[in-house]
Design a protein around this ligand. Structure first.
Ligand code: DNO
Length: 357
């Protein structure tokens, strides 16, 4: 388990690398060029500047999250090949600087979606919350307002230029059902995987969050069946997964311990966090502690340990604690606590293994 921490860049995050350095056991920074418009090539000089800064703190820069996929590719528009070529160029450029894993997603229009960014929990902290019924009746514009009012910082996957085209995009997606989206993903993968494989990069697709259709838009990376279908598209070692316990696990039908058992070997990157799921399908993000939520985090880590998992792991979203002002879900404190919980579990399983040897 190679512990990493997601960071949005010097001018784009409330957390500093000096602070991250003080979290025990943290080896790498999960990074991206967040200011780059989606679809443009990440140039070598820009990549170098960012990784030089991160590495000056002694962190590795092996994992990028995310190189986002242009909507034209997801829609299957005629101009998609231009964006696919740019994507390939970005893969090659990142490989040149030692990047090993690129996390991406294939969610139409919206990336991760919540209805409330600072939902109060009983312990006095706040956390991200998803209210199922609210999304049913909600105008997407309303949701965009909620998200942008919650933070001055641009949220990943919610790029302003995309949000300006929202009506036009919704119109275009009327022609794209789940099957069509799978076809468009397949076209993309068949183009980029040979390039990724040739330069030793794993393309780790992130599950949809939440893992079901919202606003009538298709969503396809939702559970084990999706993984099987991805494997059927290509058995390239570069066709990989980001295992995300909180995203896929928000659907109680997805047993994340089983998912770890079956698919961790195909997941070079894991996001580990907990959610509490209510009977009506709403969910709130909790601490990483197993007993606080509905996901068996302890069981997932036990499974990873059993497999000698050497992939990259990051604590995922955290609650907002002790008055911290930060990006929704991306404060320092709860994610640091999350890391300590994951390392504690790991050490416990390690000791158990030695004792029984
Ligand atoms: C949310 C994240 C997602 C993730 C992308 C991957 O906080 O887990 O935004 O980075 O979906 O492309």
């Amino acid at each position: 388990m190679n512990i990493t921490f997601r960071w949005y860049g010097k001018d784009n995050d409330t957390v500093t690398l000096e602070q991250v350095k003080q979290i025990p056991g943290t080896k790498g920074i999960v990074w991206a060029l967040h200011q780059k418009p989606v679809g443009e090539v990440w140039e070598k000089e820009e990549i170098k500047k960012e990784i030089d800064y991160i590495q000056s703190f002694g962190f590795h820069t092996d994992v990028v999250e995310s190189v986002n996929v242009h909507e034209s590719i997801k829609l299957g528009n005629e101009d998609r090949y231009r964006y696919i070529e740019n994507y390939k160029e970005t893969i090659r450029n990142l490989a040149e600087f030692g990047v090993k894993v690129i996390c991406y997603n294939f969610m139409p229009i919206f990336d991760w979606t919540r209805t409330e960014m600072f939902h109060p929990l009983e312990d006095g902290s706040t956390a991200l919350f998803f209210e199922k019924a609210k999304v049913h009746g909600l105008d997407p514009q309303e949701l965009i307002r909620t998200v942008s009012e919650a933070s001055d910082l641009t949220l990943p996957g919610w790029e302003p230029e995309k949000m300006e085209r929202i009506t036009e995009l919704f119109e275009a997606y009327k022609e794209v059902d789940e099957e069509q989206l799978w076809t468009n993903l397949e076209v993309f993968l068949k183009e980029i995987l040979p390039v990724a494989e040739a330069c030793g990069i794993k393309m780790a697709i992130h599950p949809d969050d939440p893992p079901w259709s919202i606003f009538g838009l298709p969503r396809i990376i939702t559970g084990e069946e999706s993984y099987e279908r991805l494997i059927a598209i290509s058995d390239s070692p570069s066709n990989a997964f980001t295992m995300c316990t909180g995203s896929m696990g928000a659907n109680p039908n997805n047993d994340m311990v089983q998912v770890a058992r079956k698919y961790a070997s195909r997941a070079p990157f894991s996001h580990i966090r907990n959610v509490r799921i209510y009977d009506n399908g709403d969910f709130v993000e909790t601490s990483h502690y197993t007993q606080d939520g509905s996901i068996d985090i302890k069981g997932v880590v036990e499974e990873l340990h059993r497999q000698n998992y050497d992939g990259y792991v990051r604590p995922d979203h955290g609650r907002h604690l002790w008055g911290e002002v930060c990006r929704p879900g991306y404060g320092l404190y709860d994610r640091a606590l999350g890391i300590m919980y994951l390392l504690g579990l790991w050490d416990g399983y390690e000791t158990k293994k030695k004792d029984s040897a």
